[in-house]
Design a protein around this ligand. Structure first.
Ligand code: 15L
Length: 274
């Protein structure tokens, strides 16, 4: 006997997505809408027009009053906002450090209980590509950007220990339509797996502060997520179909090049900045 399947109810009332105009924000925007009744979208860049169920809420992370308003009435946050590449310290300080602090303070004041924080593999970018690491090992940031994400993870830990705000910090590898170079055979995270990871992070019953690497089920891997299995994330994609073409494109790698030696790739060589 079969039963007609009833439409699944949205899990969340109102979700907030920061950085909604960015590369990953644009991917997650339609995907997260399926999991909530209202999706509030924020960025300093243009967000286009609101689809049904969307709320456009432009806001600057470095403005505490903007953040307080932004988090009102929100059940959970997916925080992608801020600078997402290596660069001079001042913009990273404002958007990623001051901004993350303002977001967590607003979460505390508005009673928001769960944040999914887009951290980065660059928190541990100075581990060698010959090492397999897990999220309990000491951080080794590879620049200003990695340092700011390490701050964000510490902030998340503090707000859980002190105020009970739960976070899953996603040390995202390389989330692009496909891996662009041989390094990304290890770091690639498909957009579908990104969605699975974010939804698992939002819906796992108890997370405290969990740190998990964001990668697909790649054959080459530097990261061990065993300690984060309670999140319930299972990658279904893999970089393997791209291997042959990438090896053909980059047949020889210079093993003495820091971008080849270290997990952070080219980020480890950037700077100093004026
Ligand atoms: C990141 O954190 C960046 O946001 C992204 O642009 C990629 O460069 C990625 O890391 C990576 O390590 O490939």
């Amino acid at each position: 006997m079969s039963f007609p399947s009833a439409p699944q109810p949205a899990l969340f009332g109102r979700l907030l997505l920061t950085g909604a105009a960015g590369g990953l924000g644009r991917q997650l925007r339609p995907r997260l809408k399926a999991h909530c009744t209202h999706l509030r979208l924020s960025d300093i860049a243009d967000l286009g027009t609101a689809a049904p169920g969307e709320e456009l809420a432009p806001a600057a992370l470095e403005r505490a009053d903007d953040m307080l308003r932004l988090l009102a009435g929100v059940d959970a946050v997916v925080h992608l906002g801020g600078v997402s590449v290596e660069g001079p310290f001042e913009p990273i300080l404002q958007a990623n450090i001051v901004g993350a602090y303002n977001l967590y303070e607003a979460a505390r004041l508005q009673g928001v209980k769960r944040i999914v924080f887009a951290s980065s593999n660059h928190v541990t970018g100075f581990y060698k590509q010959s090492e397999t690491i897990d999220a309990r090992m000491p951080v080794r940031p590879d620049g200003h950007y990695g340092l700011s994400k390490a701050f964000g993870e510490n902030l998340a830990q503090f707000y859980f220990d002190r105020y009970g705000v739960e976070t899953v910090s996603l040390r995202i590898g390389s989330s692009f339509p496909e891996p662009k170079d041989r390094r990304m055979l290890a770091t690639w995270l498909s957009f579908d797996d990104l969605e699975r990871l974010v939804v698992a992070s939002l819906t796992a019953p108890v997370v405290g502060h969990t740190v998990i690497y964001g990668m697909s089920d790649n054959t080459t891997t530097w990261w061990d997520n065993t300690a984060a299995r309670h999140i319930g994330y299972r990658a279904l994609d893999t970089s393997e179909p791209f291997r042959a073409a990438l090896q053909e494109r980059q047949p020889a790698l210079d093993a003495s090049d820091p971008a080849v030696m270290y997990q952070g790739g080219g980020f480890v060589k950037q700077g100093p900045f004026e």
